[in-house]
Design a protein around this ligand. Structure first.
Ligand code: ATP
Ligand code: MG
Length: 428
């Protein structure tokens, strides 16, 4: 059927009782789907089966019938419930033989780790189906295995995500490039990150700037709580040509995107903020009420965070806002905790008390309780402080507690980014 159209496709088989019971989520399947899409090999079908030889064989046979590339993950280890290797060896009629090289490597690993040496069951991991290609596993004991089966290649990878990924990115990608020479269609991708503008409005404005469409470049809007990514992608062209076309589209969209855009290779706005702080030789301290540390978490997720982030305060109660940050009790009494002057004071004092040039303050009603007619659930006041000047804003976010907190953290970070790069003006 589809093979006749010569379109290279993949099918995945995830093995493990824990995947069926829901104790483990099949992140391997999702990750492989994304990686294969980048190589221009769509996943046509996914199977999930337990640790049972007959089930594994049925799935692999079905996968090979619909796809030229079959990737099986899980069940390659030394324990008795790991039966993938035996099941696939039997299916493909390949006798298993102990591989001296693999065995030597496992013994070496166990020696390095010390202890009583290699336990007997680990010998199973050195069994290689006749004629299979070994794919080196730098992060564990069981190597990946690739073998021809009819018109397809069947690849076995360990279930441990870290090991699976390492083998895929390294030896497996090289094998696929050789085995499917000229048939991989790598997809070139550029992500343009925006935040603060709703998807529908962004789509409208983008369409207005690109009346003739985007030619061979695909454009997708990817919204989540933090914002909307514009994903440009193109295949069947060189990387240089894709870059040229992406550049042209970006240029056409420049005016529309400018107020909402941020650049972050890893995708997180916190990364853009860190970069901007470094560029302006500033450090940032935070005072978080309703976000409860979300902003600090995102900043410290980045390696090297201590260069720009000395710390902050989770000022959840009024008492802490007063005692630790010096927010005036009469302001709190008059305005309540969710108010512009409180957010501004939090940002300013966080910076001053932590010896930072920049500060962020966030205070809001995350719900589900605590809302009022004047300050309904979702009301958030946030402020960014930079070298003596402060910008204060309010927002009314929709959604549940988590959604409101997520949006509040994002809005506050973005306000600071725009102060740092001169897109936003401080309060008069
Ligand atoms: P090991 O040598 O560690 O036994 P293995 O190839 O036998 O490796 P499994 O025993 O199936 O792999 O799984 C090892 C670990 O990897 C388990 O913690 C399991 O939950 C996790 N894992 C297995 N398959 C997946 C998957 N599809 N997605 C995410 N995690 C997985
Ligand atoms: Mg196992």
């Amino acid at each position: 059927m589809d093979k006749a159209r010569n379109r290279l496709r993949a099918a995945l088989v995830s093995v493990g009782d824990e995947l069926l019971s829901g104790r483990t989520v099949d992140t391997n399947g999702a990750w492989l789907g994304r990686e294969l899409a980048r190589l221009g090999v769509p996943v046509a079908r996914r199977y999930t089966v337990g640790d049972a030889a007959a089930e594994i064989q049925e799935a692999v046979a079905g996968a090979a019938a619909c796809a030229e590339l079959v990737i099986v993950t899980g069940g390659l280890g030394p324990t008795p419930d790991d039966v993938t290797r035996d099941a696939v060896a039997a299916l493909t009629a390949r006798p298993l033989r102990e591989d001296a090289e693999v065995l030597a490597r496992i013994q070496e690993l166990f020696r390095e780790r010390g202890g009583s040496g290699m336990a007997a069951p680990n010998r199973r991991v050195a069994q290689v189906p006749d004629g299979a290609t070994k794919l080196a596993n730098e992060r564990g004991t069981a190597p990946g295995l690739a073998m021809e089966h009819g018109a397809s290649v069947v690849v076995l990878l360990p279930g441990v995500p870290r090991e699976m990924r390492g083998i895929f990115r390294g030896p497996l990608t090289a094998l696929l490039e050789a085995r499917f020479e000229g048939r991989l269609r790598p997809v070139h991708v550029r992500l343009l990150h925006t935040t603060g503008i709703p998807e529908s409005r962004l789509a409208e404005e983008v369409a207005r700037c690109l009346p003739d469409g985007t030619g061979p470049v695909d454009m997708a809007f990817l919204p989540d709580l933090r914002g909307v990514d514009l994903r440009l992608s193109a295949s069947d062209m060189t990387g240089e040509e894709a870059d040229r076309r992406f550049e042209a589209i970006e240029k056409a969209l420049q005016g529309v995107l400018e107020p909402w855009r941020y650049d972050a290779p890893g995708g997180d706005l916190a990364e853009a903020v860190s970069t901007a702080l470094r560029a302006s030789q500033a450090t940032l301290a935070v005072a978080e009420s309703c976000t409860g540390g979300l902003i600090g978490k995102r900043l410290t997720d980045l390696p090297g965070a201590s260069d720009v982030f000395p710390g902050g305060v989770i000022a959840y109660s009024n008492d802490v806002k007063v005692r630790v940050l010096g927010v005036a009790g009469d302001v709190l009494a008059a305005e309540g905790a969710v108010a512009g002057p409180v957010a501004a004071r939090m940002a300013r004092e966080a910076a001053r008390r932590c010896g930072a040039e920049a500060g962020i303050g966030v205070t809001g009603v995350a719900g589900p309780g605590g809302g009022s007619a004047v300050k309904p659930v979702g009301t958030v006041w946030y402020a960014a402080f930079l070298r003596g000047r402060v910008a204060t804003r309010a927002a009314w976010f929709a959604g549940d507690r988590e959604a409101i907190r997520e949006q509040a953290a994002q809005a506050a970070l973005f306000l600071l980014l725009r102060l740092l790069d001169g897109r936003e003006t401080p309060d008069p």
